[in-house]
Design a protein around this ligand. Structure first.
Ligand code: ADP
Ligand code: RBF
Ligand code: MG
Length: 151
């Protein structure tokens, strides 16, 4: 797939407790989700890519879930990014830039939370391996990430 670039502020999600699962996901506000989906034909599913916070020096690996949010009665999609590194503290309100670079799988229903967590761990393992591909690695230094923002 061609890369899809999305950026916006990190807002409070819907308290489904992904942090308690050990897999926190940074959520974008609805307006950002809507325009990203509309202007890129972004289908529901699980993807891998790169993420950067504010003007930080590092671009991190990430996995992202694009899907329907049940709390909006299935009329609004959410875009939730799990950055594949540990942070000392939360970064609500930070400016998050992501490049969605490859598709992993469709969103699925699971019989248990344990199964969902196992699937996400599998996604992370796949992203960790795939993002080493030179053509995907190259996107870390794209203009989208290197441009310095006034925040
Ligand atoms: P919410 O429902 O508010 O999105 P989560 O339980 O999904 O809550 O936690 C997401 C928040 O955790 C992010 O907005 C961010 O501030 C913080 N966070 C800490 N580490 C990470 C990480 N590695 N990836 C994504 N978010 C993280
Ligand atoms: N939710 C699902 O219902 N089905 C999925 O297949 C699914 N896959 C996910 C994959 C990744 C990489 C991430 C970060 C999240 C995924 N989620 C999935 C969303 C998960 O349910 C959500 O983050 C929690 O409910 C907390 O909001
Ligand atoms: Mg979240």
């Amino acid at each position: 797939m061609r890369p899809i670039f999305v950026e916006g502020r990190v807002v409070k999600g819907f308290g489904r407790g992904s942090k308690e699962l050990g897999i926190p996901t940074a959520n974008f506000e609805t307006a950002v989700v809507k325009s990203a989906v509309a202007s890129n034909d972004l289908d529901n599913g699980i993807y891998m890519g790169w993420a950067k916070l504010n003007n930080d020096g590092l671009v991190h690996k990430m996995v992202v879930s694009v899907g329907w949010n049940p709390y909006y009665k299935n009329v609004e999609k959410s875009v939730e990014t799990h950055i594949m590194r540990e942070f000392e503290s939360d970064f609500y309100d930070a400016w998050l830039r992501i490049a969605i670079v490859d598709y992993i799988r469709p969103e699925k229903n699971f019989d248990s939370l344990a199964d969902l967590i196992a699937a996400i761990k599998g996604d992370i393992a796949q992203a960790d391996a795939q993002l080493k591909r030179p053509e995907l690695e190259a996107l870390k230094t794209s203009e989208f990430f290197t441009k310095k923002l006034t925040l």
